[in-house]
Write a new protein. Structure first.
Length: 468
C-alpha cells in the first residue's frame, strides 16, 4: 500500500518519489538539489505565484516520460511540464511539491521530408534551430515568436504561440498536423496525421495545441512546412499619431494586400529602443509602422503600401533598399520588449488581441490608462492581426507602483474585451489570466473545459492551477 504524500513525512515522501523516479531514469536526469530546482520554479511572467518543486526531471526518451507519469499517478504527485520557460503568463510555474518535467533534453529533429513538406521533431527543439534546419532543404517553418532563438517547439505548441509573420502565415496551431502525447497515467497516444488532409474523428491535435500542458505531455510533433519564400523587404512609415498608423493598417488590409509582417511601435517603445541600442529611430514620431513583403516583387508591394500610408497621414515613408537594411529595422522591433524592461527594471506584458478595426481604440485607451496611473506603458503590436502587447514598466521594489501596474494591466484586459477582443492572442492564460479567461468564455464555457480536463486528467495532476 502506497502512503499518500500528505500522510508521509516530507523527507520520506521525497525519498519515495526520488527512488521511484530513479528506477526508470538515469541519475543525471533527476535533480533534487534545492538551489538547482529553484531555478526551474517559474517562467518570465510578473505577478505570478510559483511553488517549490520537489524534483526536476530531464528525460531524453518517450519511455522516460511515460515512467515519470506512471510514477506521478502512483504517488499522486502533480507534474508541471516545461520548455525553455520563456512564457509570459506563469503557465510553466511550479506548484509546491511537484515534479517539474523539463523537456529541453528531448531536442532531436527526427525527420525533414521535402516531398511531404513535414518535419517530425521532439518538444525540446528550439524554434530557430528548426527554422534553420528546414531552410537548408528550401523549406520554411513560419511561426516565429520574438523569443525564437530560445523558445522550444513544445512550448510553442503548449501556448499556441504566434510571432511576427502571423498576418500572412498564421499561428502555431495551423502547422501542427499530428502529435504523440503521454497521458497523465503514462499511456502513449497519437493524434492527427502526416498527410496533407485528414478528418478522422474529433480533432484532438488542435485540442492539445494551446492546452498549456494540462491535458498531456507532447513528446513528438509532426509539423507542416512551406516552400521557403523570397527574402523579404521592409518599409518603415512614421506617423504623427497612433490613430493615423492604425488607419494605415486598416487601409492596407482592406486593400487586399498580404504583407509578411505588419508591426507597430508606439513612441514610448521607439524611445526605449533608442535608449538601449542607439539605433537612431525617429523619436519625433508618435507611431512607427513596419511593413514587409516576401513576394516575387516586394518593391512594388512596398510602393503600394507606402502610398496607402501617405494617404493615412504618414509624415515619412522609407522603404529598405536591401535585406541588410530590412533586417536592421526588424531588429529594432525584436528589441522592443527588452528595451521596455530596461525603462523601470520590470515589465508586465499584456497580450490583448482586438479586431483590426478597433486597434486604434485600444492604443488610445492604453494611453489614457497610463496617464491615469502615472505609469510608462509602451505598446508594440502585431498590427496586421490586431494582437497588441501593452507593456507596463514599473519598479517592483515600489509597492504602490506595483499596485498601480497590476491595476493598469487589469484595465487593459477589460478594455480589450470591451472592444470585442480576447485576453490572449499568443501568450496563453497560465496563472496570470485565469480570472479573465472566466470572464471571456463564461460559466458554461468553463464547465465544458473542466469536463474535458477530467477526461484526460481525472486526478488533476497535469499543470494544476493553470487556465481555470
Amino acid at each position: 500500500m502506497i502512503m499518500s504524500r500528505t500522510e508521509a513525512a516530507p523527507d520520506q515522501a521525497l525519498g519515495d518519489l526520488t527512488e521511484r523516479l530513479l528506477a526508470g531514469l538515469p541519475a543525471e536526469a533527476v535533480l533534487t538539489d534545492t538551489d538547482v530546482t529553484a531555478s526551474y520554479a517559474h517562467d518570465m511572467a510578473s505577478f505570478c505565484p510559483a511553488g517549490t518543486p520537489a524534483v526536476v526531471v530531464l528525460p531524453r526518451t518517450v519511455e522516460e516520460v511515460q515512467h515519470v507519469m506512471r510514477t506521478a499517478t502512483a504517488l499522486r504527485v502533480p507534474v508541471v511540464p516545461q520548455g525553455a520557460r520563456t512564457g509570459l503568463s506563469g503557465g510553466a510555474n511550479a506548484s509546491d511539491g511537484c515534479i517539474v518535467l523539463s523537456l529541453t533534453k528531448m531536442d532531436r529533429i527526427l525527420e525533414i521530408n521535402p516531398v511531404d513538406r513535414i518535419a517530425v521533431v521532439e518538444p525540446g527543439v528550439v524554434n530557430a534551430t528548426l527554422s534553420r534546419a528546414v531552410g537548408e532543404h528550401g523549406l520554411y517553418y513560419p511561426p516565429d515568436p520574438s523569443s525564437w532563438e530560445m523558445c522550444t517547439i513544445g512550448g510553442n505548441i503548449g501556448t499556441a504561440s504566434g510571432g511576427l509573420c502571423c498576418v500572412k502565415y498564421g499561428v502555431t496551431a495551423e502547422y501542427v498536423l499530428g502529435l504523440d502525447v503521454v497521458l497523465a497515467d503514462g499511456r502513449l497516444m497519437s493524434t492527427g496525421r502526416r498527410t496533407a488532409k485528414g478528418v478522422a474523428g474529433y480533432d484532438l491535435t488542435r485540442l492539445f495545441v494551446g492546452s498549456e500542458g494540462s491535458l498531456g505531455i507532447v513528446v513528438r510533433a509532426v509539423l507542416a512546412l512551406r516552400p521557403k519564400p523570397p527574402q523579404q523587404l521592409v518599409l518603415a512609415a512614421e506617423f504623427a499619431s497612433a490613430a493615423a498608423a492604425c488607419d494605415a493598417v486598416c487601409r492596407i488590409m482592406a486593400g487586399g494586400h498580404v504583407p509578411s509582417l505588419l508591426e507597430l511601435m508606439d513612441r514610448t517603445t521607439v524611445a526605449a529602443v533608442n535608449a538601449m541600442a542607439k539605433m537612431g529611430l525617429p523619436e519625433t514620431t508618435e507611431a512607427l509602422l513596419l511593413a514587409a513583403f516576401d513576394t516575387p516583387d516586394p518593391a512594388a508591394d512596398l510602393a503600394a503600401v507606402g502610398a496607402l500610408c501617405e494617404a493615412a497621414g504618414a509624415t515619412q515613408v522609407v522603404p529598405a533598399d536591401d535585406a541588410a537594411e530590412s533586417e536592421l529595422l526588424l531588429q529594432a522591433r525584436r528589441l522592443s520588449l527588452t528595451a521596455l524592461e530596461a525603462v523601470r527594471g520590470v515589465t508586465m506584458i499584456d497580450d490583448v488581441c482586438v479586431p483590426r478595426s478597433r486597434l486604434g481604440d485600444l492604443i488610445e485607451g492604453v494611453e489614457r490608462i497610463a496617464d491615469r496611473h502615472r505609469l510608462t506603458i509602451g505598446v508594440v503590436a502585431h498590427a496586421g492581426d490586431g494582437n497588441t502587447h501593452p507593456t507596463v514598466c514599473f519598479d517592483a521594489a515600489d509597492p504602490d507602483e506595483s499596485r498601480r501596474a497590476r491595476k493598469s494591466f487589469d484595465e487593459i484586459m477589460a478594455l480589450g474585451l470591451e472592444l470585442g477582443g480576447t485576453i490572449t492572442g499568443e501568450h496563453g492564460v497560465g496563472v496570470l489570466k485565469k480570472e479573465w479567461m472566466a470572464r471571456e468564455i463564461g460559466p458554461v464555457g468553463i464547465e465544458m473545459q473542466r469536463g474535458i480536463k477530467r477526461v484526460f486528467d481525472p486526478l488533476d495532476l497535469l499543470n494544476p492551477g493553470k487556465l481555470f
